[in-house]
Design a protein around this ligand. Structure first.
Ligand SMILES: [Zn+2]
Length: 551
């Protein structure tokens, strides 16, 4: 049965927040007006997917959506540049897939759409029917391993999006082909075409285990609230300038791309080599004996592609709270690396899976369990929600690997097996199992869970004043906040320019959701990104961004 991939507008990226004045930021953005796919509700076991492999042919259509050039932010792409972009896609995805996926340039053309303004969805629709003689019309790409890649000279709201799965696909990007941002977006969007949903982060409100049952994870969950895109160690998370981190182990394992992992069904000690390296055991797939839930454990170090991750380049950054709990990231120790625990989030309607990294440890020097980051350091442990799986990080060493112990309750002493997969490298079964550790009887405590706080849906949009200004002059933005059921929303609106905080504006009821903000003098020639974040009562949170060209 073929699964019809829904046209889902997936944002390639979004704004990383500057939380402290000292954190300089980087990022870029797209606009959050589109609706992304919702995870299956209730969440549960992964959607069954077929192994992913093939020669993927990408047909690049270089498009001018409007006749005028005043709205152009990207140079028209030449065939040689298109070839270079495809080479970069091939290099990345071929490596991630262990050679199972090859990306080739299938064709190149330039087109003008004659629109008055660039609406990205309209532009892609027009391309879908008209590009390459109609080859992609009516989803004819399905099952063909052929992809339509539309690159616009206009920013088109700085949108990038793609279809998910379907053995082929369509991608639109208004973010160009620059190596700093354009290519990272395209790597992410091509990941959607291959069938991957977003890489997120979750923080469970159970402070005994920092875990929840499989159906507790989701973007609107109050038990294990999940923030979409929030995994900086995954190409399917936020798109960050100059960052092309690896695809995390759960997706690589489910895609059939990785053999050197161990399936753990009984207590064991293992050495995990860096996911970004090669050889050794690069991930554990832990089958929790009581619930049957699957957890993935991996070790990420400051080498290879992962050295580009924002995790190794920025200080601690904490998101707005969800259900009273706060996910923190970006403080990864470059000399030690991170051990991470991940789970899969199914998207049944898209026939695809996303992943989530779990907020498993206190932040440095803190005892506040409501504010946690998404990695484990040497000495840290993680206990599953019913207490029958304990992970201990014994030591970390980027050269020799991270030593971790897995204790599974109700399982006999034994070693891991990797029967499901022929291991390319010797299975690390040699390590004696430290079964001395009593099974953690961390009782499934009916914890005094704080009263769930409902996250109120909100949106923030911005309109830039002129959008194209001369070097050294100013521009303004008009910001509109809407909150479901609240005619006069209140809260705070923070304005960023090219990732750096400009100013926070109190949003009082008098303002009726509208704030006009002036920007500092614009001195960076080229494409500047203005992003705004709204944070309000009831965990309302949203963001948006737009571009200004400085001549
Ligand atoms: Zn995306």
């Amino acid at each position: 049965m073929s699964i019809r991939p829904t046209r889902i507008v997936l944002l390639g990226a979004l704004v990383a927040l500057v939380v402290t004045a000292t954190t300089s930021v980087f990022v870029d953005s797209t606009q959050s007006t589109a609706t992304a796919a919702a995870p299956s509700a209730p969440a549960g076991s992964a959607v069954a997917t077929a192994p992913i492999s093939g020669v993927e042919k990408v047909y690049v259509s270089a498009v001018a959506a409007t006749p005028q050039t005043s709205d152009d932010v990207n140079a028209a792409v030449t065939q040689a540049q298109a070839q270079s972009v495809i080479d970069q896609l091939n290099s990345y995805w071929s490596a991630q897939s262990n050679g199972a996926v090859t990306v080739q340039l299938g064709g190149f053309e330039t087109r003008s759409l004659g629109e008055t303004t660039c609406d990205p969805n309209a532009a892609l629709s027009a391309e879908e029917s008209g590009a390459f003689g109609g080859q992609f019309a009516n989803d004819a790409w399905k099952g063909t391993h052929e992809h339509l890649l539309v690159l616009s000279t206009e920013s088109c709201n700085a949108d990038s999006f793609a279809t998910v799965g379907g053995t082929g696909g369509e991608i639109f990007s208004g973010n160009g082909i620059g190596t700093a941002m354009g290519v990272p977006y395209l790597l992410h969007e091509f990941g959607h075409n291959l069938g991957f949903e977003h890489a997120s982060a979750s923080i469970c409100t159970n402070t005994t285990s920092y875990d929840g049952t499989a159906d507790s994870f989701g973007y609107s969950s109050t038990t294990c609230p999940t923030r979409e895109y929030d995994d900086y160690f995954d190409i399917m998370g936020y798109t960050v300038k100059n960052a092309t981190p690896n695809l995390s182990s759960p997706q690589r394992i489910m895609a059939g791309w990785m053999n050197n992992y161990a399936t753990v069904t009984s207590s064991t000690t293992q050495t995990l080599t860096a996911l970004g390296g090669s050889g050794g055991t690069q991930a554990l797939k832990v089958v929790e004996p009581v619930s049957g839930d699957i957890y993935y454990v991996e070790y990420r170090t400051n080498s290879g592609l992962d050295a580009t991750s924002a995790e190794f380049h920025y200080g601690l950054q904490c998101d707005p709270a969800m259900s009273g709990y706060t996910i923190c990231e970006l403080d990864s120790n470059a000399s030690q690396g991170d051990v991470r625990v991940l789970r899969v989030i199914p998207f049944a309607s898209a026939g695809a899976n996303g992943t989530t990294v779990m907020a498993t440890a206190l932040t440095a020097g803190s005892t506040d369990a409501t504010k946690r980051h998404t990695h484990l350091d040497a000495g840290n442990s993680f206990v599953s929600v019913d207490g029958s799986f304990t992970l201990r990080v014994l030591s970390t060493n980027p050269s020799s690997g991270a030593s971790v112990s897995v204790t599974l309750a109700n399982s006999s002493t034994g070693t891991s097996d990797s029967s499901s997969t022929p291991t390319a490298s010797p299975t690390p079964t040699a390590t004696p199992t430290p079964t001395a550790t009593p099974a953690p009887t961390a009782t499934p405590t009916p914890t005094a869970t704080p009263a769930p706080i409902v996250r109120i849906p909100s949106s923030v949009t911005l309109r830039v004043g002129r959008g194209s200004v001369r070097h050294g002059s100013r521009d303004s933005v008009r910001i509109t906040v809407r909150v479901a059921g609240v005619p006069r929303p209140t809260g705070t609106v923070i304005v960023y320019l090219n990732g750096g905080g400009v100013r926070a504006y109190p949003l009082t009821a008098r303002k009726r959701g509208v704030i006009s903000a002036s920007l500092p003098r614009l001195t960076a020639v080229g494409y500047n990104i203005v992003s705004v974040v709204y944070v309000g009562p009831g965990n309302a949170y949203s963001w948006s961004a737009a571009g200004i060209t400085v001549r």
